[in-house]
Design a protein around this ligand. Structure first.
Ligand code: UDP
Length: 362
């Protein structure tokens, strides 16, 4: 079986790494990798291919930037000839980015079976571009690989019941595989290694469009982080979108605060290492919410809703309403506070093998 996988953004490289590894270990499947270029620089792309030992993409489309429609359209224009030349048995996509949607539409129009990994997630907020991408992709997909029971039920409610598989979360596979190496700490800069050894800090990531593109929200978030840093060190790897939206005065305040560790985006191994030793993770990322739980670290999420609601139900995640809640105060209440034990909705860490055996026996 020839699988053509389309990736483009940071979390997709991480998810694709696990399947890429599992496909390479088999002799009944091969994989062609297409990189759309949505994330393309050293810190948002190259580092993941190196650290996670992902095969080099056979096709790099070089599409990034622009409005959602412009980016998605250019990806589709570039993808069509690739699909025509490669003629795969299956197109495989991950998650909810513009790369996911572009690939889903192109594959479907060519009549190539489409597999969606991380199917069925819903925030029920159609103002999120990711929500549009995942709903449309799920309705086009022929194989829907869901990370949780909740995701299966979301699909059922939309009438999608055929070829829906609850396979666990591929990010759990990745965290187990890459997150346990004692060598990861050595990759941290001396400054970050020092703070990480204290095991008494907050790790924060902010990049969702709803937070970065609304100046007032972004201002409140950064004020909250600065206030939090008066109490505990805060490590803040800055996503390029967020950096691009911060005004000079706020950037200066962050740089000058003694307990704010502002960094470029980190490699995945460094990120996992910082996550596992943190006392609190403050984020608006989907993947980071779960990784917090994988390492049994409490998480405070700067969003009104989450696709991973089981973490909220079991006390591992707290949603903070950025527009009204006192951010630092709410986050401080989560610092070091564990949720319920004996709860794991994300499978046993064998998601990649389960996906491949499902596909081969279909
Ligand atoms: N991540 C990383 N370096 C960073 C920030 C995040 O490697 O500086 C990883 C993180 O560990 C997780 C993934 O990127 O595996 C999450 O991606 P992101 O937050 O960009 O997207 P989302 O999950 O919200 O779609």
């Amino acid at each position: 079986m020839k699988i053509l996988t389309i990736v483009g953004a940071r979390p997709q490289f991480i998810k694709a790494a696990m399947l890429n590894r599992a496909i390479r270990a088999r002799n009944d499947m091969s994989e062609v990798l297409v990189h759309t270029g949505q994330h393309h620089d050293a810190q948002m792309s190259d580092v993941f291919f190196q650290q996670l030992d992902i095969q080099r993409p056979q096709h790099s489309l070089g599409v990034s930037g622009g409005t959602h429609g412009d980016m998605t359209g250019r990806m589709m224009i570039a993808l069509d000839p690739v699909l025509q030349v490669e003629r795969p048995d299956l197109v495989l996509v991950y998650g909810d980015t513009n790369s996911t949607l572009a690939a889903a539409v192109c594959a479907s129009k060519f009549g190539i079976p489409l597999a969606h990994v991380e199917a069925g997630l819903r925030s029920f907020n159609r103002a999120m571009p990711e929500e549009i991408n995942r709903v449309l992709t799920d309705h086009l997909a022929n194989y829907l690989f869901c990370p949780t029971r909740t995701a299966v039920e979301n699909l059922q409610r939309e009438g999608i019941v055929t070829n829906v598989h609850d396979v666990g979360d591929i990010m759990y596979d990745a965290a187990l595989h890459y997150g346990n190496s004692p060598d990861n700490a050595a990759l941290l800069s001396a400054e970050l290694r020092e703070v990480h050894q204290t095991r008494a800090y907050v790790l924060a990531t902010i990049h969702r469009q709803e937070n970065t593109d609304a100046p007032q929200r972004l201002g409140r978030i950064m004020d909250g982080i600065l206030e939090l840093a008066d109490a505990h060190p805060v490590v803040l790897p800055l996503h390029p979108r967020t950096r691009g939206k911060l005004d000079d005065a706020t950037l200066k305040r962050l740089c000058e605060h003694k307990q704010v560790y502002l960094t470029e985006p980190l490699g995945y191994l460094e990120m996992l290492q910082l996550e596992r030793n943190a006392q609190l993770i403050l984020t608006d990322s989907g993947g980071v919410q779960k990784e917090a739980f994988f390492f049994k670290v409490p998480c405070a999420t700067l969003r009104d809703q989450t696709e991973w609601k089981e973490l909220v139900d079991h006390g591992w995640n707290t949603l903070i309403d950025v527009s009204i809640d006192p951010i630092a105060d709410r986050a401080l209440r989560c610092y070091g506070r564990a949720g319920h034990a004996d709860f794991n909705p994300y499978g046993e860490g064998h998601t990649s093998e389960t996906i491949l055996s499902t596909l081969i026996s279909a």
